[in-house]
Design a protein. Structure first.
Length: 629
């Protein structure tokens, strides 16, 4: 008997080794189960105590799962012996047997109830904590990326949101499936398989034979469905991005009556995704049905083999053992039944994990930061032979050289697409040049501490982002520790205070309810409260009316004093105040000097200046003012 058990152990080990070989073969995919678990483990390991509790409860639950088979085996044999004894069975003995069965089975159910509750509770707690950590990690990672990451193909807002949301959901489900679903099932299956081999090696071999066949079918299923799952994932991203584009462009869509075109565009994406989903589901149902058929074949073989062994009076085989092996095989095949459901989640996790961990591992996109943190920042920028190309292959700058004097106003002038905003983005370290040198106060820009440098720069864009929050919160964003009095003073400098006080809730009004021009003033107030030594102005009054423009210009003129200012504007009234201008054309500096000097040179700047004067009917305006003076 010992030699038979020893041989059984060797058989189990050899067949399990073959299973690991099959599983290793499955790992030839871009992201496989082992790589997925390897990536998740850093988020799971901080909760070792939860893992230990879950594993302990899993072992106890797996042992409880075998009780029914053992009790049924002993009960059937005991009842069979009681019926077969001479003179018939005694009711007293029968009551004892039934009492023992009742106590054991009910006691087992009570223990199983408690174990299952705490196993699922702690498993769910682990899933929630891991989900939270994944969310926090990806937020930290996104905040560390250069702008180049967000302008790269495939990293549009809607697609990124889809990758993150579905990645976190599928990865947290993986933790749930592993610790609450798969681990208990497979632990129970292994224990049941060991008990089967201990009872009869031949029956154990029949049960174990189903496993490699099942894994082989699973491998074929994974290969056939991999392309479809990737297609569905891409379609989900396209749908998210499409809906986001519709929401952001709804005014333009309605003004051109293009609702039908946008609806058809989305319908095409949805039809393509529907076709992929139906094809994937059809394949999934076919292979799942095939695996169910294999499971049923195993059950039939177990019944036939155990019945045959009982009929030939094989040692150790009784009628009770027939039921014993059938119930144990049910525990062995339970993972197969459950994997029909879990398999889809795991394969989705493999696809979504690639996109999610691709974000976490995009090291080349992380902002570089040096350690230079001087006590005072003067604002002397110097660019030498700077080339810059966007991620889409468009070269925006060609050998740009310029010097921006501290405490002076420098204007960047040129037609749209000349590279003006690109220079500002480079000076603020949003991007890094592919060639050339950029220095601030004589120090290479990449050697500066990025956060420290940006703390000393105020940036006002043509279209500034207003956060979901109150007006006061949005102004204080420029200086989180600012007092209410300082917020009020900044609002007054931006000429928005009177309009704020006319609102029902004043500074507590939601900033997103303001008009575009009012939001622009909030952004300018945000810059005032920051009070930096360097100011970048990219069309700061583009969204304002004439009176507001004049008011803001007066405020900006006041804050310009003693600061380094770089301004981009098509408003000649703002450019003409500059100490020096650089004229750009198709990514190259073509003119430079004082406004008067460059105008006398002729060329592009003179063309822009004259065109601006003509567009404003400057002659008629001057005549009207003269006639009414």
């Amino acid at each position: 008997m010992k030699s038979e058990k020893f041989a059984s152990a060797h058989i189990i080990i050899s067949i399990l080794n073959s299973q690991f070989s099959i599983i290793s073969y499955l790992c030839s995919m871009k992201m496989n189960i082992w790589q997925l678990l390897k990536n998740i483990m850093p988020f799971v390991l901080p909760y070792k105590w939860l893992i230990a509790i879950t594993l302990t409860l899993t072992l106890i639950g797996s042992l409880m799962a075998q009780v029914n088979a053992v009790v049924l085996d002993r009960a059937v044999d005991a009842i069979n012996a009681l019926i077969g004894q001479e003179g018939g069975f005694q009711w007293g003995d029968a009551v004892k047997i039934l009492t023992v069965i009742t106590i054991v089975l009910l006691g087992k159910e009570v223990v199983a109830l408690v174990v299952t509750f705490f196993q699922r509770y702690y498993g769910e707690q682990l899933r929630i904590l891991v989900s939270r950590d994944l969310s926090l990690r990806v937020v930290d990672r996104i905040l560390s990326f250069r702008l180049a990451f967000f302008t790269s193909e495939g990293n549009e807002t809607g697609k990124l949101q889809s990758r993150i949301d579905r990645g976190i959901m599928s990865l947290s489900n993986t933790v749930n499936n592993f610790f609450i679903e798969i681990l208990p099932l497979f632990t129970s299956a292994v224990l049941a398989l060991v008990l089967m081999f201990m009872a009869n090696v031949f029956v154990g071999l029949v049960a174990l034979f189903i496993v490699p066949v099942y894994f082989w079918v699973t491998y074929i299923q994974a290969c056939r469905m991999k392309g479809g799952r990737r297609g569905i994932f891409g379609s989900h991203q396209a749908v998210s991005q499409g809906i986001l584009n519709i929401i952001e462009s709804i005014t333009v869509i309605k003004s051109f009556n293009r609702e039908q075109i946008e609806a058809e565009r989305q319908a095409t994406i949805q039809r393509n995704m529907t076709g992929l989903q139906l094809d994937t589901r059809k394949k999934s149902y076919f292979y799942n049905g095939l695996k169910s058929f294999l499971e049923q074949i195993g059950t039939v073989l177990i019944i036939i083999l155990t019945a045959y062994l009982v009929l030939i009076d094989y040692p150790g085989m009784t009628i009770g053992k027939i039921m014993y092996h059938v119930m144990l095989f049910a525990n062995v095949s339970a993972p197969i039944r459950q994997l029909h459901r879990i398999y889809d989640d795991m394969n989705d996790a493999l696809i979504y994990a690639e996109g999610f961990f691709g974000i976490l591992k995009a090291d080349e996109e992380v902002e570089a930061s040096g350690g230079h943190r001087p006590a005072e920042v003067h604002g002397a920028f110097e660019l030498r032979d700077v080339d810059f190309t966007y991620s889409n292959g468009t070269q925006a700058l060609f050998g740009v050289s310029m010097r921006i004097e501290p405490g002076k106003i420098t204007a960047l002038v040129g037609l749209s697409g000349a590279g003006k905003s690109t220079i500002v983005n480079l000076l603020d370290k949003f991007y890094e040049p592919q060639k050339g040198s950029i220095k601030l106060d004589g120090i290479e820009l990449h050697e500066w501490d990025t956060q420290w440098m940006r703390d000393n720069i105020g940036l006002v864009l043509q279209k500034n982002h207003i956060f979901d929050g109150s007006i006061e919160e949005n102004i204080r964003y420029g200086c989180p520790q600012a007092t209410h009095e300082q917020v009020v003073e900044a609002a007054k400098k931006a000429y928005i205070y009177d309009q704020i006080m006319q609102l029902p809730h004043g500074f507590d009004t939601a900033a997103l309810q303001l008009s575009g021009g009012q939001q622009q003033r909030i952004a300018i107030a945000r810059m005032f409260i920051k009070n930096p030594p360097i100011i970048f102005l990219d069309e700061p009054t583009a969204s304002l009316d004439a009176i507001a423009t004049e008011q803001i210009k007066a405020s900006i003129d006041a804050i310009k004093q003693g600061r380094t200012v770089i301004i981009i504007s098509h408003n000649i009234g703002q450019i003409i105040d500059a100490d020096r201008i650089y004229v750009l054309q198709q990514g190259r500096v073509v003119q430079s000097g004082t406004p008067a000097e460059v105008y006398q040179q002729g060329g592009l700047y003179k063309d822009i200046f004259d065109a601006s004067a003509r567009s404003m009917n400057a002659d008629k305006i001057a005549q009207t003012m003269q006639d009414n003076s």
